[in-house]
Design a protein around this ligand. Structure first.
Ligand code: GLC
Length: 557
């Protein structure tokens, strides 16, 4: 039976490799997660999402899966995982796995078999094609810009090319193949049977490839090859429905399917979410975080949120997140990471996010207000996009310094640097040599120091997460926006039968005047949470300092 527990959840994303190392090899591990479960319980989250922790050569830090049925030995293997799973459940924390179904690693047994001969039983698990006059079958580029940047890779054994939208080490799986589907469903059910509570489905909108795999007419991406998003091709609904009904929708489970959904907007997204279609429970869309480097402005943010809330039937979920393992840190990107405003802007953005309708995500380190960290040499980076684009920059004539600086703000490593638990050696992350250089700010921005400070981010997140359990309006209330056209203020009300909350925040570095909407004038405003002193409402119009924000409980006079 489905209890829809995720509708009220706050999900904490763990990038295991960078979380906490207990055996001194410089890599985070599952025993480390086990030891830090009290931290998560104290924070108040009720679900963990693990980015992939399966056996993997780690070309893309686990998103290249070599064995979907087993846990990476350097993380502690299956024994360590079961220990975490059981303890998390005892603490009332659910556990969600990342399922990478668009591609596997080239080290996966399926692919190893597939490349052996044209009549191998696994051949059709992947996309194999003959060359086109001695060239690749089409002009698609790979996103990571690896090798010669094509999405096709020539394999000498059989003299054909295989498709890898993420490069030669991550061959794309062929969802037209019935046997592949059955193998995948068996494997996913085995995780559910073990007790996991759902799946985050990696790049789910790319599973369907267009018939005939035509050339892309999109921009030239690198080295003469063209970008091809492959998002939301016709026939994708059938695949997602088939996965859902063979796995998490089976009546014996109470699990969800969350789709990482690039290319999704409200108009093309709603069909994936309608319960009668039996597809996804939650959509993780990118309308806000995928704005490349251009900062997302408050008016755009409001339009996107309203776009979803106007269209979605009540109780249907999108996610609320500003941080994840693929994005620069939220404060550096959407807020202000100066010493003066780091915490204040972080709190403003956190209040706004947690007050929005949908399932909220917190990414490790967000709860202590981590910010971007810029490093001078490519050796201090690992992310495939960063390395690929760096090499592309050099190919195009940039100097090493120019190539690296161009990537500072966008590198996914901004989010992947080890979690600093304290200000000591390696931020308390490892006794060994960390697999990736620590964030440069770890001596000042770390959990221990944060908790001791009067304006602790951790304690603020704790309150905010606690509020979701207390105020139903935060999770199920209707939403009404105010000052919708305003370019700095975000203000809205959430209302349900039991309570009414009102959020107002100044999303800017300037002072701004905000006048209470007339219809709210007859209410009393009780401050529930704020990031500035004297948040009480004494006048109809108030001058808000940069990043001032507060949540009020409203009562009719
Ligand atoms: C998703 C993951 C990202 C990964 C990519 C390929 O976008 O979040 O980290 O590199 O898929 O699997």
């Amino acid at each position: 039976m489905r209890s829809y527990w995720w509708k009220k959840a706050v999900i904490y994303e763990i990038y295991c490799k960078s979380f906490y190392d207990t055996d001194g090899d410089g890599l985070g591990d599952l025993n480390g997660v086990y030891e830090k479960l009290p931290h998560l319980a104290e924070l108040g989250i009720n679900c963990i999402w693990f980015t992939p922790i399966y056996v993997s050569p780690q070309f893309d830090n686990g998103y290249d899966v070599a064995d979907y049925s087993d846990i990476e030995p350097t993380y502690g293997g299956m024994t360590a995982f079961k220990r975490v799973l059981d303890r998390a459940h005892e603490l009332g924390i659910k556990v969600v796995m990342d399922m990478v179904l668009n591609h596997s690693s080239d080290k996966n047994k399926w692919f190893q078999e597939s490349r052996k001969s044209k009549d191998n039983p696994y051949r059709n698990y992947y996309y194999w094609r003959e060359g086109n006059d001695g060239k690749e079958p089409n002009n698609w580029a790979n996103y990571f810009k690896t090798g010669n940047c094509s999405a096709w890779n020539y394999d000498e054994t059989t003299g054909e090319y295989y498709l890898g939208l993420y490069g030669q080490f991550m061959p794309d799986l062929n969802w037209e193949c019935k046997e592949l589907r059955e193998d995948v469903y068996r494997m996913m059910r085995s995780w559910l049977d073990l007790g996991v509570d759902g799946f985050r489905l990696d790049v789910i909108t790319k599973l369907k490839k267009p018939a005939g795999l035509p050339d892309s007419t999109d921009i030239e991406w690198a080295n003469g090859y063209h970008y091809f998003s492959c998002d939301c091709q016709e026939g994708l609904h059938e695949i997602i429905h088939d996965i859902a009904k063979n796995t998490w929708l089976l009546p014996q489970y109470d699990a969800f399917g969350l789709g990482e959904a690039s290319g999704i907007r409200p108009d093309n997204g709603i069909d994936y979410l309608l319960p009668e279609n039996e597809e996804l429970d939650i959509l993780y869309h990118f309308q806000i975080v995928n704005r490349a480097i251009a900062p997302c402005k408050p008016d755009y943010y409001k339009q996107v949120q309203k776009g979803w809330t106007d269209l979605l039937p009540k109780g249907i979920c999108v996610t609320q997140h500003l941080d994840n393992h693929d994005q620069p840190r939220l404060i550096s990107r959407f807020g202000n990471d100066s010493e003066e405003y780091r915490k204040k802007s972080g709190k403003m953005l956190a209040m706004m996010t947690h007050m929005m309708p949908g399932t909220v995500f917190v990414y490790q380190g967000e709860e202590i207000g981590m910010i971007n960290s810029y490093h001078d040499t490519i050796d201090e980076y690992n992310d495939r996009y960063t390395v690929g684009n760096y090499n592309d920059g050099l190919r195009k004539g940039l100097s090493a310094e120019e190539a690296i600086k161009a990537l500072w703000e966008v590198s996914r490593d901004n989010a992947r640097r080890p979690m600093p638990w304290n200000g000591g050696k390696n931020g308390g992350f490892t006794e060994g040599t960390p697999w990736l250089a620590l964030d440069k700010h770890y001596e000042t921005i770390n959990l221990e120091k944060d908790k001791e400070s009067v304006d602790s981010m951790f304690k603020f997140y704790q309150k905010l997460i606690g509020m979701r359990k207390k105020y139903d309006s935060m999770t199920e209330g209707d939403i009404e926006y105010y000052a919708f056209e305003d370019k700095q203020i975000v203000a809205f009300k959430r209302e349900c039968k039991t309570d009414i909350l009102f959020f107002v925040g100044n999303w800017s570095n300037e002072k701004v005047k905000f006048t209470l909407p007339p219809e709210l004038k007859w209410h009393t405003f009780e401050v529930v949470l704020s990031n500035f002193k004297d948040a009480n409402y004494k006048t109809i119009t108030r001058e808000m300092e940069p990043w001032d924000a507060a949540i009020y409980k409203l009562k009719l006079n």
